[in-house]
Design a protein around this ligand. Structure first.
Ligand code: SF4
Length: 235
C-alpha cells in the first residue's frame, strides 16, 4: 500500500464535510485548507532511483488524494499529468474517493474509454439525498472498478438501486466530539442490501457517538476502527 498526494487542500462541499479531518488537522497546524497547493510528491508514482527503478514498488494499491478531492476544480490542469502517470504505471492500482462525481466528464482523460483497468473510483455519500443525487449518476458512468463509500453515514439509507456493477460498499461513522451519531441498525441495513446484490461490504469504523440496541455509546477515536472490526460483519 502506498499514499500519493499530488496536491492538498479542499472546500467543504456537503453535509458529510462538517467534521472533515483535513480541516481539523490543518486548523491545529494553522494551515489554510482552502488553499489548493501542488505538493512535492506530485510525481511520486514515476520517480526513479539512480538505478532507474521506480521508487514506488509494483503490485501495490496506491491511495490517491486522501488530503483533498481528486476532482476538485482548482486541480483541473494538474490532473492531466496524474492520468499520464497512472497510464505509465499499469503495475500499480490507483484508488481515489470523491464527493464531486458530477465533475466526472470534465475530469477524465481523452483515452478513458470504458475506464482504466488500474483505477478504482469511490463515490462518497452521507445521506439519502446525496445517495440519490450522486449514485444515480455514478451508476451511469464507464468506470471499471466502482466503490461506494458511506462515511460518515448520518442517516439510514437505501442504495439498492445503485449497487449494480459496484465492487465494494464501505460504511463508517463520524469522528468528532460533536459528531452526529451512527446507528448500528443503519449499518446492518446497508449490509443486507449488499448481501442481496452480491456486493462486498465493509464496516470500517464506528462513530464517536454510536447507537446500538437503542443505547448511545461514546467511543474514543482510537477504537473506532477496532470496534467495527470486532463486529465481524464484513462480507
Ligand atoms: S470533500 Fe472530503 S476532503 Fe473535501 S472538505 Fe469534504 S470531507 Fe474534507
Amino acid at each position: 500500500m502506498a499514499m500519493w498526494n499530488p496536491w492538498r487542500g479542499c472546500h467543504r462541499y456537503s453535509e458529510g464535510c462538517k467534521f472533515c479531518y483535513i480541516h481539523k488537522g490543518d486548523a491545529k497546524r494553522g494551515m489554510d485548507t482552502g488553499a489548493i497547493v501542488k505538493l512535492d510528491g506530485f510525481d511520486a508514482p514515476v520517480r526513479k532511483t539512480k538505478k532507474g527503478e521506480y521508487k514506488m514498488k509494483p503490485g501495490q494499491t496506491v491511495y490517491v488524494c486522501f488530503s483533498t478531492d481528486f476532482f476538485i476544480g482548482e486541480a483541473d490542469e494538474w490532473r492531466k499529468e496524474c492520468w499520464e502517470m497512472m497510464r505509465e504505471r499499469p503495475d500499480l492500482h490507483f484508488l481515489f474517493l470523491t464527493k464531486r462525481i458530477e465533475r466526472f466528464w470534465n475530469c477524465i482523460p481523452d483515452d478513458w474509454g470504458d475506464g482504466y483497468e488500474n483505477v478504482t473510483i469511490g463515490c462518497t455519500v452521507e445521506n439519502q439525498a446525496r445517495a440519490d443525487e450522486r449514485l444515480s449518476f455514478f451508476k451511469t458512468l464507464p468506470i471499471r472498478h466502482k466503490n461506494i463509500i458511506c462515511q460518515p453515514l448520518i442517516e439510514r439509507i437505501d442504495i439498492r438501486k445503485y449497487l449494480d456493477g459496484v465492487e465494494l460498499v464501505v460504511v463508517g461513522g463520524e469522528s468528532d466530539r460533536n459528531a452526529r451519531p451512527l446507528d448500528y441498525e443503519w449499518v446492518l441495513a446497508v449490509r443486507e442490501q449488499c448481501i442481496s446484490a452480491g456486493v462486498h461490504f465493509e464496516f470500517r469504523q464506528c462513530g464517536t457517538h454510536f447507537i446500538k440496541d437503542g443505547r448511545e455509546y461514546t467511543l474514543n477515536v482510537r477504537e473506532l476502527g477496532s470496534q467495527a472490526r470486532k463486529a465481524g460483519i464484513d462480507c
